[in-house]
Unconditional design. Structure first.
Length: 482
């Protein structure tokens, strides 16, 4: 049988909003909470009711803030009374007061980060139940609903969100501005409780807007990611739709880190909007998210993530290495991405003079070289597709080092040992491909008429075939006697 833990909630009335939130949450999860809504004056004696409630409580949960830490506050009297009766005291820090003389003798709970508040509360509840060898029970739907109705009455600005989700299909667009400008704890409590009650995409989307606009809804988003794997477009909205307030960056990175599989879309949009305000520690975390887990190829918008990361963090060697690995693995050979996609990115890297671009250019040169000498018709076609794409991405009159690198590999390739071996084993294919390589290279430095290159290839192959037949015929016919 689950124990009913009795909690006396001690707080300053300056922290009434937080106290009411804690009361509703603890109650929904089976705790018996006593909270005094009367505002006692400083110096007032504890009433017999308060004394008796502390005496029968299993613990005193104190909302620790500057207001409650004042020596003249009646919270101090409740603490002293609890100490006299050997009660367990748990400071719940909503401000950094761990070393304050009022609370330094107690092991408290750090709830100073607004975005971590809901998770901290749930961890506290779980740990308290485990003290009695029980697991935290699920929240009561009836008590969650009652608490939300009460919150809607207390905070009219939140009512459209709560009533819209409880009674209809969600929050209407015209009410968003009012709702997302409501006090943080009211909004965060509503989103948290609503998602506990109805874990659906509609409420997850409301939490996404709550996060990017007000920093609320983090726990609901975490639960949504747990249930969906990567959070989908909901996470894109939360962390990638606008420049976030600096205080939200750690929570955003934590949400992105929770994705399995990674959400490339959300990550690259987050980088686009927030790269400029990342601290060194956050920068390292984001680069780690880009490169780990290892992305085998550029699928699922991996190429966009790779480009945005390279553009904003060009000095990160690991990102340059990711690009070279993708190129060697054939990620831009047609599937998932095309040679044109790669040419587009390399051209932009050249125009923006991004550091490390030579390493990536060299990877493509090496890749094309290997394909040209592979004695494999399909690979040679792919190599020349890269030449075409690079030429097409070129701007007339602007130096294109990538095209120059590739054309140097093309030049004379049909005379290499690999090609001679190919010619000896499959002369027809080797000859056709030799002319094709020659004609494509010629157009790459000219008008880029690829159809003409193909026609010229066919024409030259036919011409060579005709020439060989004539020579063979001449050799076979006897010469007339003089």
């Amino acid at each position: 049988m689950q124990p009913v833990l009795k909690v006396f909630l001690s707080y300053s009335h300056c922290d009434k909003r937080v106290a009411r939130r804690l009361n509703r949450c603890l109650t929904a999860y089976g705790f018996n909470v006593w909270i005094d809504e009367c505002e006692l004056k400083n110096g007032a004696e504890l009433s017999p009711t308060i004394r008796s409630k502390i005496e029968v409580a299993d613990m005193l949960l104190v909302i620790a803030s500057q207001a409650s830490a004042k020596p003249t506050s009646w919270v101090a009297r409740e603490l002293d009374f609890a100490r006299e009766h050997d009660k367990t005291v748990i400071p719940f820090f909503i401000e950094p007061l761990g070393n304050h003389e009022r609370f330094e003798d107690y092991l408290g709970v750090d709830a100073t980060s607004p975005q971590a508040f809901a998770d901290v509360v749930h961890c506290l509840m779980r740990d308290l139940y485990r003290e009695f060898n029980h697991e935290l029970p699920p929240a009561s739907p009836a008590l969650l609903t009652a608490g939300l109705r009460e919150l809607a009455r207390e905070e009219p600005d939140i009512a459209p969100l709560i009533n819209g989700c409880l009674d209809f299909e969600g929050l209407h667009l015209e009410n968003m501005d009012t709702v997302y400008n409501a006090p943080f704890h009211s909004l965060d409590e509503a989103l948290d409780a609503l998602f506990d009650l109805k874990s659906n995409e509609t409420i997850a989307n409301h939490a996404a807007y709550g996060f990017c606009l007000a920093g609320a809804g983090t726990r609901a988003l975490s639960l949504w990611i747990s249930s969906t794997g990567d959070g989908g477009l909901t996470l894109v909205t939360a962390v990638g739709s606008k420049r976030l307030e600096p205080a939200l960056i750690p929570a955003a990175i934590k949400l992105l880190s929770a994705c399995n599989p990674p959400n490339n879309h959300a990550l690259y949009k987050f980088i686009q909007h927030n790269a400029a305000q990342l601290s060194e520690a956050h920068l390292r975390s984001v680069i780690r998210l880009v490169t780990w887990p290892v992305r085998a190829d550029t699928d699922q918008q991996g190429d966009l993530l790779g480009w945005v990361a390279y553009k904003h963090f060009p000095e990160a060697i690991v990102i340059q290495q990711m690009w070279t690995r993708w190129i060697h693995a054939g990620a831009f050979d047609g599937k998932p991405n095309s040679p044109s996609d790669l040419a587009h990115y390399l051209t932009k890297a050249h125009k923006e003079e991004l550091r490390g671009r030579e390493r990536i250019n060299e990877a493509l040169r090496s890749h094309v070289r290997g394909y040209l000498r592979s004695r494999d018709e399909k690979k040679v076609f792919v190599a020349m597709d890269h030449v075409q794409a690079t030429a097409d991405a070129d701007t007339p009159g602007v130096d294109n080092p990538v095209l120059a690198l590739l054309l140097r590999e093309v030049e004379g390739v049909s005379g290499t040992a690999e090609w001679n071996d190919w010619r000896a084993n499959d002369p027809d294919t080797a000859e056709w491909m030799g002319w094709y390589v020659f004609e494509i290279a010629k157009e790459a430095t000219g008008e880029r008429d690829w159809l003409r290159a193909l026609d010229n290839t066919k024409r030259m192959v036919a011409f060579e075939e005709l020439r060989r037949r004539i020579l063979t015929k001449d050799k076979q016919e006897p010469k007339e006697e003089e």
